[in-house]
Ligand binder design. Structure first.
Ligand code: NAD
Length: 502
């Protein structure tokens, strides 16, 4: 008997689960549910593989990673097709996230040496006799737990950077996208001649929990905040450090001098693409009251071409349990007085949700306060950009966001409490490999991508080498009162006289 996600207990000795096409319920694949013992065994194999992988030079790892990148690129249609089947997203959208992931792998591979390799640092006057260096060493084995909404781009943000930093990886993909996870690990394994440097363990939450309590040296989690808390608690048992990439309630802020047509185009895509199932998707829009009506008319016009349907621009809702949440947010907003521009309560079907645009949405409704993760937009007028920033920041989340403005775009972006903001575009930062990706507050902590993302999968190693005898021998019991006096005079000269209490 094969288990379903609702009933994961199979009677045969090796339990399995099915991944289903959310557009029609067809079975896409059957995958094993890895037990605690199997997860521990995978992590043990990974530790052995890490000896080899971590022992290679940066250049050698770069070669392997760039080969993997090329294999992925040449097989992009195959991977996009699989991702589309498991998530329901259009293949073009599936390809887009793979394109970005490929670019990240290449960047991490090419920059690891410069960012993580030994670097000289100044020793300062007190330690002038020392030569000081810092380098960033691999941790060993990194566990990665991923979501289903971007089954390539999101985990590769951790996996690619962890591998480039010299770690082995054990990845637990979402139970909705196990085939994509397996595909990624299989192609990498081909590249490294079968060595278990990057392995996949498939299963449900219990398998994820087993990875948290295994002998991994760090755990990178991407998913909901609720699961993130469980992950942290489980990792605490072994004092395993964690990265949490969780949800968001990102806003787009539109100033009175913004290009309204472009802003509407961006808000529509930011809110509705991937059926709104994007951690960094636009969920709220705050528009200066002077251009509010114009903006709403423009976005309503542009939204006319959008339809959620098989083969359409918008796919199904991947996770059936989300449908009820999306409906409850729409209903709550309407009950509290929001105006329906398009869509509404009837827009929520069995598998598909039609684009829903609401205006004047009360700030205390769940459509504003909770992550909706569906194709909805809440658009509210504001009197000033100060108000837009205040409302944007009045959330427990702090992942990303966007600003549309001609004059003050960057200033407004700086005042938004979130990890990433794009000005006059949406989600552009995710495609810039040298920029860090991550949030604050309930959106999590830690960073993937960029130099910060490479360092996240390492520990800093400081080394001092004595070049010549110190002028004052401070670290010895042979130190006398004269030396203490000299040290006091030196430190007073260096730091004493500059600032005094008034
Ligand atoms: P989820 O929290 O339900 O699941 C994420 C992963 O955790 C899955 O692989 C799941 O099997 C695993 N899991 C479940 N219970 C577990 C447990 N007790 N211990 C360990 N692992 C466990 O999230 P989801 O529905 O797959 O993803 C959607 C969420 O992810 C949204 O909130 C979205 O905003 C967020 N997300 C965030 C980012 C980001 O970078 N910040 C990116 C993509 C998605």
């Amino acid at each position: 008997m094969t288990a379903t996600l609702d009933n994961p207990t199979a009677t045969e000795s090796k339990p399995t689960f099915e991944s289903l096409n959310p557009a029609n319920g067809d079975v896409v694949g059957v995958h094993p549910i890895a037990s605690k013992a199997e997860v521990d065994a995978a992590v043990a194999r990974a530790h052995d593989a890490a000896e080899w992988w971590g022992g290679l030079s940066f250049k050698e790892r770069e070669e392997y990673l760039l080969t993997w990148r090329s294999v992925m690129t040449r097989r992009i249609a195959q991977l996009a097709q699989l991702s589309s089947l498991e998530t329901g997203k259009p293949t073009g959208d599936a390809q887009l996230e793979i394109v970005m992931a490929i670019d990240h792998i290449a960047w991490a591979a090419k920059h690891a040496k410069k960012i993580l390799g030994p670097q000289k640092v100044k020793s300062g006057l007190l330690m002038a006799n020392q030569a000081s260096t810092v380098e960033y060493k691999s941790l060993g084995v990194v566990g990665v737990i991923g979501p289903w909404n971007y089954p390539v781009f999101t985990p590769v943000g951790s996996i690619g950077y962890a591998l480039a930093a010299g770690n082995a990886v054990v990845f637990k993909p979402s139970e909705y996208t196990p085939g994509v996870g397996q595909w990624l690990a299989d192609t990498f394994t081909e590249v490294v001649g079968g060595r278990p440097v990057f392995q996949v363990v498939t299963g449900l939450g219990e398998t994820g929990n087993a990875l948290c309590t295994s002998a991994v040296n760090k755990l990178a989690f991407t998913g909901s905040g609720a699961t993130g808390k469980k992950v942290m608690a489980a990792c605490a048992q072994n004092l395993t450090p964690v990265i949490i990439e969780a949800g968001g309630k990102d806003s787009m802020i539109i100033d009175q001098d913004a290009d309204i047509t472009k802003a509407a185009e961006a808000a529509l895509w930011g809110g509705m693409s991937n059926a709104g199932q994007t951690c960094i998707g636009t969920e709220r829009v705050y528009v200066h009251e002077k251009v509010f009506d114009k903006f709403v008319a423009e976005i309503a016009e542009q939204a006319k071409v959008l339809k959620a349907e098989p083969g359409g621009l918008i796919g199904p809702i991947t996770m059936p349990s989300q449908i009820g949440i999306i409906k409850s947010h729409i209903d709550d907003a309407i009950a509290k007085g929001a105006t329906v521009v398009t869509g509404g309560s009837d827009a929520v079907g069995e598998r598909f949700v039609q684009p829903t645009i609401l205006t004047n949405v009360p700030e205390n409704s769940t459509e504003i306060t909770e992550e909706t993760f569906g194709p909805t937009l809440a658009i509210n007028p504001v009197k000033s950009m100060d108000e837009a920033i205040e409302l944007t920041n009045a959330t427990k989340y702090g992942l990303a966001g966007a600003v549309f403005a001609k004059k003050n775009g960057v200033d407004i972006a700086r005042r938004v409490r979130s990890g990433m903001t794009s000005v006059n575009s949406v989600v552009a930062f995710a495609g810039v490999p040298s920029l860090p990706f991550g949030g604050v507050g309930d959106s999590g902590f830690g960073r993937i991508h960029g130099p910060d993302g490479l360092k996240e999968f390492t520990y800093a190693k400081a080394i001092t080498r004595q070049k010549f005898k110190p002028l004052m021998m401070l670290t010895s019991f042979a130190r006398d009162a004269k030396t203490d006096d000299k040290a006091a005079k030196l430190i007073t000269m260096m730091h004493g006289g500059k600032k005094t209490l008034k």
